[in-house]
Design a protein around this ligand. Sequence first.
Ligand code: UD1
Length: 363
Amino acid sequence: MKAILVAGARPNFMKIAPLYKAMLRHRGFQPVIVHTGQHYDYSMSSVFFNDLGLPQPSEFLGVGSGSHAEQTARVMLAFEPVVAKYRPDVVIVVGDVNSTLACALTAVKMGVRVAHVEAGLRSGDCTMPEEVNRIATDAISDYLFTPSRDADANLLAEGIDASRIYFVGNVMVDTLLEYREVARARSDILERCHVEPKSYAVVTLHRPSNVDTESSLRRMVDIVNATRRRLPVIWPVHPRTRHRLGTLGLWNEVIEEDVTLVEPLGYIDFLCLMDSARIVLTDSGGIQEETTVLGVPCLTLRENTERPITLTEGTNHLVGTEPTRVLRVVDDVLSQRMPSGKRLPEGWDGHAAERICVALQRF
Ligand code: UD1
């Protein structure tokens, strides 16, 4: 089975890595990695190929940044000849970024079967570009591989036939479990940031709703500065956020003692940093899941989440973006008034990619 694995943006790389490796272990698969180039900097892309032991992509589409329409359209235009060249049996898209939808749409119209990995997640908030990508990708994909049972329920509620839905668990957890010990042994990020294990907070922010306007970004800066009065803060700054902090003139307000601003980190360093953190504050989707597996308290600075299982079974707290409320929960976590991790969700066991290969072989 010839399978194109599509990766475009940072959160995709740790999802295709276990699939690529599982396909090499199973007989009969011929995986081809296509990188759309939605993310292109070393720190947002190449470092992940090195860290995760992936080969260079067979095709690099080099689409780069742009508006949503530009980016989506450029991926479609560049992906069409790639599908024509390889004639794959299946195109596998992961997650919810613009490249996910663009490649699914291109392949399905060329009569190629599409599998969506991480199907069925819903925040209920269509102002998020990722929510539009999720709904549209699921509507047109042939095989919907879900990471949690709530995702199955979301798809059924949208009228999707049960025969297209396969609960397989979480592929990102496959990667995390493969590299957790490696990261502990190999990364010196704690020394480089001058922090001791379990004594610091990690912050990541990049959602347009949190960083694109001055008022929302100022709230984030207030939260970071108030947190650093309680414990040291390490903040790997996403390019979108760095750009907004610069253009809105807020950069100097966060360069305070004990806020360590660093470039976006590679997988091994970031995993090590998260694993030893006392608390994580984020608006990322994937980090909500990773902290649940690591048993590290996570505060999600959003009004909703497409990953409710991390709230009910994991270590995640949905705290919104209002500084007073967020800081109250920070204090509760630091004083251990919050319950710590509960249990690992079903199928978050390191074998999701294996289950996907078995399912694909059956088709
Ligand atoms: C994208 C995804 C989001 C994912 C996030 C992880 C969509 C709609 N959004 O958001 O789901 O959680 O990636 O990072 O697909 N930039 C660089 N270097 C890079 C990549 C981007 O400087 O390697 C800059 C771009 O010029 C742009 C900004 O970062 O100004 C945002 O990039 P973009 O791909 O539009 O979206 P993200 O915010 O990264």
